[in-house]
Design a protein around this ligand. Sequence first.
Ligand SMILES: [Zn+2]
Length: 300
Amino acid sequence: MSVNPPIFLKDKEENNSKFVEIQQSQTTSIAAEDPLQNLCLASQEVLQKAQQSGRSKCLKCGGSRMFYCYTCYVPVENVPIEQMPLVKLPLKIDIIKHPNETDGKSTAVHAKLLAPEFVNIYTYPCIPEYEEKDHEVALVFPGPKSISIKDLSFHLQKRIQNNVRDKNDPEKPSVKRKKTEEQDLNDSKGQDTTLKKIIFIDSTWNQTNKIFTDERLQGLLQVELKTRKTCFWRHQKGKPDTFLSTIEAIYYFLVDYHTDILKEKYQGQYDNLLFFYSFMYQLIKNAKCSGDKEMRKLIH
Ligand SMILES: [Zn+2]
């Protein structure tokens, strides 16, 4: 079954020469053109050791796993949690995964492991209710109605104003009308228009479409990412290399959100979200070079 990443990027926008594909070895070496080598990462020594000693036990379910347990979302016994980086995010992330998606192959778990307070993973069709939150929650999805991250604040503000109008519309009696219209409009002006939560769909492209058409998600603002080439190691035949893995999509979304919405200089704040990803990428690459089938089996 296909396991490739769900996030398809429209082929447009700026040239991302900064994000060209991986070229060389060690994560510690520097190569300006290589995105995964310039990351500000915590020491991956713990992963090196774990990789050398092989699979170990999940302390929750007892399963034998490499690095982390993809069903319990915890690191395994020989990867002490205190040696893992903890990433702070500027907003919450909901990841909706398709029940058919193979757990062990999803990179969504990386986000939950590295930013546990900010990330929740839901298995479709059990997803939260977003109906009342459409002015502060958005969905990453490339569709005809999708907007760019840069335009997020504008569209959120518009929604806040529309909600106020709806509230005061006598045709819509379901909402309590406590305040006058004037008061409400004033309130809306004072409200901040930053995003509180961003939703990602973690599944293959066909399954993504099915989840996307769920009416609980239909009212949400849809955001698309800039074109970036994936470093993902499970390239699928016939799929463009702009299919990002879920963790890459999350990472690049946050980098753009930081610069475009928070208007702050990006200084590697979210790089550790790629703590596992960059290490595993390197393993796969080395294994491919040396023809190490065992290692490939272990990681894939
Ligand atoms: Zn487990």
